[in-house]
Design a protein around this ligand. Sequence first.
Ligand code: UDP
Ligand code: MG
Length: 148
Amino acid sequence: MQKFIYLDIMVTNKTFTMLKPDSVENGNIGAILEKITASGFRIVAMKLTQLTNTDAEAFYAVHKERPFFGELVKYMTRGPIVAAILEKENAVQDFRTLIGATNPAEAAKGTIRNMFAESISQNAVHGSDSNENAVVESMFHFSQREIF
Ligand code: UDP
Ligand code: MG
């Protein structure tokens, strides 16, 4: 029990993000990272990488029955992404606020998706939706010695 509480305190200040292939293709890596760091997030891990089909299918397994799954896997594997772990108090919730709604048409003005996303499918960035998923997604992309 003691150990669980300790772990929970450790993870609530981190979230996982990907700058998706459209962000890289459109030359928006710098602008998006600037917005993220200006909003108080510290980058504790980061890499340019490309998902294989197997990677994308596993990462988005929760959506495998959805009609957009095939399109999502194709989009997420078509070019490099930037994967990063971000640290801030209340990181998961604050980062979801910073990126805005899944559909950029519904994303609040000034959010990353409002500024950089093209559509509900090609929406520029990923952000973890819970502390548990932040840990799972971070471990999917990074080994312990890549996290600072
Ligand atoms: N997506 C899509 N069509 C939809 C809903 C989602 O193509 O109708 C894609 C989009 O890239 C989204 C990802 O699937 O970011 C994961 O969907 P989720 O509902 O988890 O949205 P998110 O958590 O990224 O806001
Ligand atoms: Mg999601």
